[in-house]
Design a protein around this ligand. Structure first.
Ligand code: UDP
Length: 453
């Protein structure tokens, strides 16, 4: 029996690459699949430079591109233009790989926002699995958007964003208008809304859907998704899953596109346990100078130590370091969250960051910006009870209050619940755990497909 050859194809953004690269590594290491990981040339260069994960794959294949797709900037950024332009750059390389008789592809695992892969692979007769790099709860919300429109709950005017949603199955009483993905605030004609809805409703056409989450975190939502997409694999948290399955071959894996400043770990070593607030808004969000000032005052007024990631490309003014604060351009986030000195995480609630915090048992203060972040932050606060959601409010008083809540006033309750979920996360990725089982099932299903092809 020859080794199955899988093509893994993420959308070109850090958050998507992180989790799909973790899955790629898992499939190489545990199933001995051959994996070709397809990325634009500029990401290929950066991964080769900064990530050790890339060298462990069978093949990191560059898409020659004349236009980088790294300009994901909320505000000026248009999802449809971004996807259209990526499609026209990527299709020739994708078709070439799918038609290669010398080294045939047996199966594709595609990012679930790249529906053109379904068409191209369909023409070549190659089966496709989808992976979405967001939470199950956010996926379900996107999946239900057509129903919300049909039941006339969408569009809404934004005068009363606190009204609860009533037609969102399974999330009645949890989500308010303000907790829906940000595109819902811009009316039905919003190109982002149309695009993401169009991509999401295609999901049942794939052989199955892979999500980076785990059963004990999102069981009710996973059950709801299964009613529409029965073949669902919840294999997360992938970074933790990779760590447990790779212990025999290696000890650390990095998926980063930027150089990590590891000196902050030494600084953390010198700080007392649970004393530091880690502040990072991921790889895309731009923080205005005004918001940055409010965060700075809020953090300083809270009296807590902080480690703050200010990306060189994130705009705004420099943040002053003080005796209590440390600023870096890009942090080794997994190691930072796992450090005993870190007691809280001020985050934009991108799904990777949220899940990394859950797995490390670190309570959060959430300042979501766009997309699924609005949904994730509501779940952190209202459903999982492991942090505070400061969405739509950003002033120094709110920042100070919420940081104090998480680090001091309510830290006991948040830490206790975060500890329970972190334990559940660990248990899900070891033998006998649900994510462990689902990964094995995925591997088996891919093998069966290849053997019957
Ligand atoms: N990240 C990192 N160092 C940083 C900031 C972020 O390694 O200083 C990583 C983080 O661990 C996560 C990813 O970048 O895996 C960000 O993905 P997420 O989904 O949280 O947010 P996005 O960047 O897509 O908005």
């Amino acid at each position: 029996m020859s080794k199955p050859h899988i093509l893994i194809f993420p959308a070109p953004a850090q958050g998507h690459i992180t989790s799909m690269l973790n899955l790629a590594e898992l499939l190489c290491a545990t199933a001995s699949f051959r994996v070709t990981f397809l990325v634009p040339a500029y990401i290929h260069r950066r991964l080769s430079q900064h990530s050790n994960a890339a060298s462990r794959l069978s093949r990191l294949h560059p898409i020659p591109n004349d236009r980088p797709h790294e300009d994901i900037r909320p505000g000026s950024f248009d999802v449809k233009d971004w996807l259209d332009s990526f499609r026209s750059t990527a299709l020739p390389s994708l078709r070439e790989l799918l038609a290669d008789d010398e080294d045939p592809i047996d199966c594709v695992i595609s990012d679930g926002i790249l529906s053109f892969v379904l068409e191209a692979a369909g023409e070549a007769g190659v089966p496709v699995f989808y992976m979405r790099t967001l939470s199950a709860c956010a996926f379900w919300v996107y999946f239900c958007l057509p129903h919300l429109i049909q039941s006339q709950e969408l569009p809404f005017d934004c005068d009363d964003l606190d009204l609860p949603m009533v037609n969102l199955r399974g999330m009645e009483g949890v989500l308010r208008r303000r907790d829906l993905p940000s595109c819902c605030r811009h009316g039905l004609d919003s190109r982002s809304m149309q695009t993401i809805m169009h991509q999401t409703v295609q999901t049942p056409r794939a052989r199955g859907l892979i999500l980076n989450t785990f059963d004990r975190l999102e069981a009710p939502t996973l059950d709801l998704i299964r009613t529409r997409i029965p073949n669902l694999y919840a294999v997360g948290p992938l970074h933790a899953h990779l760590r447990t399955r790779l212990t025999a071959t290696s000890n650390s894996s990095s998926t980063t596109l930027w150089e990590e400043d590891k000196t902050c770990l030494k600084w953390l070593d010198e700080q007392p346990e649970n004393s530091v607030v880690y502040v990072s808004f991921g790889s895309i969000v731009r923080v205005t100078a005004e918001a940055r000032t409010e965060f700075w005052h809020g953090l300083v007024n809270s009296g807590k130590r902080f480690l703050w990631v200010v990306r060189p490309d994130s705009g705004g003014t420099e943040v002053a370091e003080g005796g209590r604060g440390r600023v870096v351009g890009w942090a080794p986030q997994e190691a930072v969250l796992a450090h005993p000195a870190v007691g809280g995480f001020v985050t934009h609630c991108g799904w990777n960051s949220t899940l990394e915090s859950v797995a490390a048992g670190v309570p959060m203060v959430c300042w979501p910006h766009f997309g699924d972040q609005q949904v994730n932050s509501r779940f952190v606060d209202d459903v999982w009870g492991i942090g505070r959601d400061m969405k739509d409010r950003c002033d120094r008083v709110v920042v100070e209050k919420m940081v104090r809540d998480v680090m001091e006033d309510r830290s006991g309750e948040f830490r206790r619940r975060a500890g329970v979920l972190a334990k559940a996360a660990r248990e899900s990725v070891v033998e006998g755990g649900t994510s462990y089982y689902d990964l094995d099932r995925l591997i088996r299903d891919i093998r069966d497909l290849c053997n019957t092809a």
